[in-house]
Design a protein around this ligand. Structure first.
Ligand code: NDP
Length: 334
């Protein structure tokens, strides 16, 4: 049966990726909510959406809507998710889920109590590259994973150079924007949880209001593995990568920390070098297909609310570590 969606937030990410993914996986977008009537109406018209509203209760009161996609700025996610859950709507919420772990937990609890599906839109675990690396690690092909490196320093495109750079109250800054994705991808590929972090922030001229536009740091995982990460809004030509180094082999993912279904993974071990076969597919469509299945009681979404709590707890610990220069424990209390 067609899944009918309401969008909360007339956002760039919905326009560029998620509306298409909903439609490509058997869903329909029924309405969009924007805080600005004229912009909402224009967004609806340009994206082929029948109606728009400025009223959250009106969107949530529409009984034909099964699920909502929340892609407003981050300070709004909590109340919108809780209201949607209480209206019986399934919730796909953008990362970071909220600005505090307590708020994210309240969101997950509201969804659990209402019996609706909750997912966090961590798209990178849907990438063929990361799935291939996870399979390889699970199969024991690199032995015991000991270390990882995430290269996720990119250039924030001009059309996104807004609240991320100057609005701490909206959850701006590179850490809550990008480091949360690194964390989720590491948890997915390694099947392990972070326990501690150290980090140093950078402000290289793009971010304002005390926000970082670059960060380097290290996460220690429960298994003892250490993972280093470099995230930035300011670096145009570094390329992205994700590596896992184990006792018997190393995985080199290249061009894989991206929204596009691209990238390669090379396995290097005593047996030589091998390019892993990658099942490339649209990352957001995989996420939406899993979400639609979960709505039908079949399996879990790609990244659950609990996964979103983990990435947020880690992001907040990295912010604290970057601010204080001290090691900070990651304890979401789950
Ligand atoms: P946008 O800035 O495009 O949209 C966020 C909000 O800003 C919208 O809800 C909208 O408010 C308002 N807005 C949008 N365009 C304008 C405009 N021209 N003038 C005034 N206000 C405007 O943000 P993103 O799409 O980049 O990010 C939204 C969320 O998605 C964030 O939580 C972010 O972290 C997440 N994200 C996730 C990605 C992923 O791959 N998982 C990738 C990118 C972002 P209103 O709805 O009231 O109209």
């Amino acid at each position: 049966m067609t899944k009918r969606w309401g969008l909360i937030g007339a956002s760039t990410i919905a326009r560029e990726w998620v509306i298409g993914a909903i439609r490509a996986t058997g869903g329909e977008v029924v309405s969009v909510m924007s805080s600005d009537a004229a912009r909402g109406a224009d967004y609806a018209a340009k994206n082929g959406i029948a109606t728009s509203t400025t009223n959250l209760d009106r969107l949530l009161g529409n009984s034909s809507i099964d699920a909502v996609y929340i892609s407003t700025t981050n300070e709004l996610h909590r109340d919108q998710t809780i209201a949607a859950a209480r209206s019986g709507k399934h919730v796909l919420c953008e990362k970071p889920l909220a600005l505090s772990v307590a708020d994210a937990k309240a969101m997950a609890e509201a969804c659990r109590a209402a019996g609706v599906v909750m997912a966090t839109n961590h798209h990178l675990r849907n990438a063929g590259t990361h799935r291939a690396m996870r399979d390889c690690v699970k199969a024991g092909r690199i032995g015991k994973p000991l270390a990882a490196r995430v290269f996720h320093a990119v250039y924030l495109p001009p059309h996104l150079q807004g609240w991320r750079l100057d609005n701490p109250a909206a959850g701006g800054g590179v850490i809550l924007d990008i480091t949360v994705h690194d964390t989720d991808t590491l948890r997915f590929v390694l099947d392990d949880n972070p326990v501690e972090t150290v980090a140093l922030p950078q402000t290289a001229g793009m971010a304002k209001s005390g926000l970082a536009d670059g960060v380097m740091g290290v996460l220690r995982f429960a298994s003892g593995l250490t993972a280093q990460f470099h995230d930035a809004f300011t670096i145009a030509h570094a390329g992205t990568g994700f590596e896992v180094h184990g006792s018997k082999g190393s995985l080199f993912g290249r061009d894989c920390m991206t929204q596009r279904a691209v990238g390669t993974v090379e396995l290097v071990s005593g047996a030589g070098r091998e390019d892993l076969p990658i099942d490339h597919g649209n990352l957001y469509e995989r996420g939406l297909a899993n979400f639609h299945a979960a709505m039908d009681g079949k399996g879990q979404p790609s990244a659950t609310g609990i996964d979103g709590i983990w990435s947020l707890a880690t992001g907040i610990a990295v912010v604290e570590a970057a601010k204080t220069g001290k090691a900070v424990a990651i304890e979401p209390g789950l």
